[in-house]
Design a protein around this ligand. Structure first.
Ligand SMILES: C[S@@+](CC[C@H](N)C(=O)[O-])C[C@H]1O[C@@H](n2cnc3c(N)ncnc32)[C@H](O)[C@@H]1O
Length: 326
């Protein structure tokens, strides 16, 4: 039921309240109408479609992710551990009683984690239709979890709505990552908190130089089935190398400086299907930025955020946590 969500959801164009008009008692289908500008937002399958003046580039990026989420709708067995690794120093108790935003929720597995950690309300927002459909299907039994289709750059919430917002692996896929960060921060109340995780530039120069041209010019245009097949082959190679070579070598000599060791060993226990998903996730997007620590830290400084904790994750990515000034 969307009643609770309607207490915080507003028109993304003018921030005015919405009138709801549902065609069924379970509030799965209907319309939300802006009380000021009269814009009409459909509700489809329980997901409000809060799109206003859609941007074709951002729309295409999210649509390609939607295809990915339909293809890989299964859940990771150890999603909770990974979720917390991305949010460090946040612990499960931190979620208790909070109104939380998941910015770019994809297939919604972090939405479920947030709910299980005790969030009072968790709202997963994604621009892709496929992502929001999969996320809604996964979370529909969770009474305090809501999925909304919207652009991170035109979020349908008033400033200061959320106690806490996180965005995992999303901002580096926006044409302007810092604008997405600013947009999310603007929706958090003074004294609330933000977490985000992005690809790092450091240690990923080889990806930028050799993999990025292949990703942007070839992989992102491939039929999903072909890219899925290639991702599966690469995932098998990753498993053979990590489990067959890296693990035995590292058990003999833990400090051995093997190529991309921290990340590869981190994923080495994942099931084949999850490594395939990760590989596809890296090869599919038409836009991926790799951000240096300086650039990432600047986002936090520019907005005068407080108690900033920037962490280096798996020696290939940056996570940041901070408080919004009072
Ligand atoms: C790599 S996925 C990460 C999904 C999820 N956070 C996770 O960790 O599994 C990036 C997600 O960001 C979404 N996305 C991309 N651009 C967006 C935008 N402008 N507004 C909202 N979501 C967007 C995509 O549709 C996709 O689901």
């Amino acid at each position: 039921m969307l009643d609770e969500l309607l207490e915080i959801l507003v028109c993304p164009a003018c921030m005015a309240q919405l009138d709801a008009n549902f065609t069924d008692s379970s509030q799965e289908e209907g319309h939300l109408i802006c009380t000021e500008c009269a814009r009409n937002y459909p509700v489809e399958g329980g997901v409000p479609q809060m799109l206003v003046d859609p941007d074709p580039e951002r729309g295409a990026i999210a649509q390609a992710f939607g295809v990915q989420w339909k293809r890989y709708s299964h859940f990771k067995a150890d999603g909770e551990r990974q979720f917390l690794d991305w949010l460090k120093p946040v612990e499960p108790d931190f979620f208790k009683g909070k109104i939380v935003l998941d910015g770019g929720c994809g297939r919604g597995h972090h939405v479920l984690n947030s709910a299980s950690f005790g969030a009072k309300m968790i709202v997963g927002v994604d621009l892709g239709r496929g992502g929001t459909e999969v996320a809604r299907a996964s979370t529909r039994d969770c009474p305090n979890a809501f999925i909304v289709r919207a652009d991170l750059l035109a979020l349908p919430f008033r400033p200061g709505t959320f106690d806490y917002a996180y965005s995992i692996g999303v901002l580096h896929h926006l044409p302007s990552p810092v604008d997405g960060f600013k947009s999310i921060v603007g929706k958090i109340r003074p004294g609330g908190h933000i977490s985000t995780w992005v690809y790092g530039l450091e240690n990923n120069e080889w990806i930028v130089r050799y993999v990025d041209p292949i990703r942007t010019h070839i992989c992102s245009h491939m039929p999903p089935a072909l890219l899925g097949y290639i991702s599966r082959m690469l995932a098998i190679i990753i498993i053979l190398v990590t489990r067959g070579i890296y693990r035995p070598l590292l058990s003999l000599k833990p400090g051995l400086p093997l190529f991309y060791k921290d990340y590869l060993m981190y994923i080495s226990d994942f099931p084949l299907a999850d490594i395939e998903t990760l590989t596809y996730d890296h090869l599919q997007p038409s836009v991926s930025y790799y951000l240096s620590k300086d650039e990432f830290s600047h986002w936090f400084r520019e907005l005068d955020l407080e108690e900033v904790v920037i962490g280096w994750h798996n020696s290939n990515s940056w996570r940041g946590f901070a408080q919004i000034p009072d």
